[in-house]
Design a binder for this molecule. Sequence first.
Ligand code: G
Ligand code: MN
Length: 306
Amino acid sequence: MSDSDPKDVRSWSGPIKHLADDERRSLTDSMSAQGRPRIAIAEALRNHWFEIWYQPKIDLKRKCLAGAEALARIRHPELGALLPGSFLPDVDEGSVIELAQHALLATLCDWSMFEEAGFNLHLAINVPVGVLPKLPIAKLVTEYRPKSERWPGLIVEVTEDQIVRDIALAHEIAGQLQVSGIQIAIDDFGAGYSSFSSLRELPFAELKVDRSFVLGCATDATNAAICQTAIDLAHRFGSAAVAEGVESQPDLQALMVMGCDFGQGVLIAPPMPKERFLELLRRRMNKSRGGSPKAEQAGKPVGRVA
Ligand code: G
Ligand code: MN
């Protein structure tokens, strides 16, 4: 399939060899152990080194862009683009809250830019569970949300292992967020130890299958069984299943056959700086305009409202 095929979900990013150095290095780093120097979050915020990068999330049934996950990166003047591994471990809680707030406000602001490019995207941010009670997310979203009628709300991704540690808190916060049009996605699902009772307690819109199970699911019978079970589980709960870390075409095909709703991963598109993401959106929009009378519409996630 080529870049000109609108049904080819891989054509969102184009070949990885065309990525800028920073993007390629960021990707390689995310796949390997971190050996980078630690940067203090406070210093990075003070110097405006933080950037929000976006990784496209594709609707595997409608074969269109459904949304994007916002990921924090530092652009260091000497070291270039750095992944969270360079600044997240061992940091104080105050800095993590500040960073989460920064990511939240930047994402709400960027949504309008993507809308201007013709895409109504469901954006997701990652927030540690411990930050949820300390950051007035619902209030901030009510105040700073895009005023457009088309705004689909925000998705807050919380990792499964953190939810398990404090299910009562996660449940309470999910209820508060719901009122402000914010949905919960359970991130890295399968890597933690959630029980049916914890899943029952938490209204979640998406289950994001951990990439360790997605990898090789076309050939590895165990991983395939885990992916299928997670996808079915999500659907039984009235939610959507998202495969994260899709790296190969056979895995993508297998996930589609399994009925997975959304896919994310380097096969489709790596995380990329906002400007590059916008460039992709514009290119895509122009292509649709040229190829069909109606511009391509971004699909809406099918998950229930949390
Ligand atoms: O935990 P979470 O799922 O939010 O992780 C997001 C991280 O996964 C990002 O830092 C991103 O760089 C990385 N990532 C995105 N796509 C892929 C992929 O296809 N393979 C791998 N190994 N990592 C990926
Ligand atoms: Mn995530």
